[in-house]
Design a protein around this ligand. Structure first.
Ligand code: ADP
Ligand code: 5GP
Length: 185
């Protein structure tokens, strides 16, 4: 039988640079599938349905939960987020590594269900820098930024639960650390 793919969980406060670091990683590492989550939050300017997220209604989200279509799901900043199960299982079966950009509760759920999953916490150099990045991205309302900064404090306290910690100071350097983790896993 061919080798199964591996699961990489990537967490970290919203705005710390997870997407930026992963984009850099995927320039080099090609045997990957990025798990596109479903969310009830509204798309940011430039976000495309089916690429960054599947943007769905609360009703559709609840229906998917009931049908057991999520590997994990969680509430975050007044919205729902979930990892569709089907594509993850199919990609792993095909021997492709699956990367999930998910928050703390989701990371805990995946790690409990799949202890062999490799979890990586991406941290900003400081809370001040995180705030600057969230504001600099200029995609979120003041309320959204405030909620994300509040949640960041809780998330940073849980960084020790992850297998690896990567500080995103310079994103190219951070990406090279993630590539080393993938290589050694
Ligand atoms: P996340 O996916 O964690 O929510 P993003 O990748 O969207 O975060 O990054 C948030 C903002 O910070 C973006 O505007 C991005 O360009 C910027 N950013 C990401 N990494 C760095 C870095 N190492 N140095 C400076 N700015 C960064
Ligand atoms: P954002 O709204 O800023 O894109 O994401 C908010 C938070 O939700 C981030 O911490 C992101 O990692 C997390 N997230 C995105 N998709 C999922 C998912 O499917 N499940 C869980 N548990 N968290 C997710």
């Amino acid at each position: 039988m061919s080798k199964k793919g591996r699961v990489f969980i990537v967490s970290g406060p919203s705005g710390c640079g997870k997407s930026t670091v992963l984009k850099e990683v995927f320039k080099t590492y090609k045997n990957y599938h990025f798990s596109v989550s479903a969310t009830t939050r509204a798309p940011r300017p430039g976000e495309r349905d089916g690429v960054e997220y599947y943007f769905i209604t609360e009703e559709k989200f609840d229906e998917m939960v009931e049908k057991g279509e999520f590997l994990e799901h969680a509430r975050y900043a007044h919205c729902s987020y979930g990892t569709p199960r089907g594509p993850v299982e199919e990609m792993l079966r095909q021997g492709v590594d699956v990367f999930m950009d998910i928050e703390l509760q989701g990371a805990r759920a995946v790690k409990a269900a799949m202890p062999e999953a490799v979890s990586i916490f991406i941290a900003p150099p400081s809370l001040l820098v995180l705030e600057e990045r969230l504001r600099g991205r200029a995609t979120d309302s003041e309320e959204m930024i405030r909620l994300r900064l509040e949640t960041a404090k809780v998330e940073l306290e849980a960084a020790g639960e992850y297998d690896h910690l990567v500080i995103n100071d310079d994103y190219v350097r951070a990406a090279s650390e993630v590539l080393a983790i993938i290589h050694d896993a």
